[in-house]
Design a binder for this molecule. Sequence first.
Ligand code: C5P
Length: 234
Amino acid sequence: LSVGIVIVAAGRGERAGSPEEGPKQYRPIGGRAVIAHTLERFVTWPQASKIVVVIHRHDENLLRAALEQVADLPEIEIAFGGTTRQQSVLAGLRQLKNSGVTHVMIHDAVRPFFDHDLLDRVAAALAAGAPAVLPAMPVTDTLKRGDTSGLVVETVPRTGLHAAQTPQSFLFSDILAAHEKAAAEGKSDFTDDAAIAEWCNLPVTLVTGSADNVKLTIKRDIAMADEKLSAGLL
Ligand code: C5P
């Protein structure tokens, strides 16, 4: 396999607190930007061939500062994202188009705590011929559907339900074609890349994710990550 990596980091992070603190992928945890941790785990993985980071146009200086915090950084390519995650992913895929990669892993910059075992599991499924691979964890909470007045309508059986993680990984030509098709047809409501693959009838293979591989979404997630890193728990 020749595996390209697309790290999407063009979000504005509005859910993570006040805008003046900046997007969450650049906030410090354990003394370095979130995205520096994410990048380091990819650059130290022997199978990563090309890395594209997709950023917002205003964030170039923030990214440059974060890149300084990664040891032995190989050449990284930068692409500019769009107003939705889906548009940002497509910008990253287009950037990889002529790079010769056969496969691609698409990862959220705000998930810094995956490990190489997870990447190896995903790569093994790709090598076995899966065109689309989704790391995910079985749902352990009991799920309730509520109505707008705050009352429980029903309990949703959780059998077979999984919480999707990244890096979601694909045969490069398949996912590029799927994303281009979605964009051409104006389909913009996909919340992850596996959903676009499903929409194109690609079989999506589940592999076991990792409990640590959480998405840092709200301010509290950043504070907890910082504490865990300082305590040596991650
Ligand atoms: O907003 P959400 O939690 O879905 O963001 C997941 C990842 O997608 C983040 O790393 C964020 O920076 C990225 N993203 C992006 N472009 C957008 C929105 C989100 O690259 N327009």
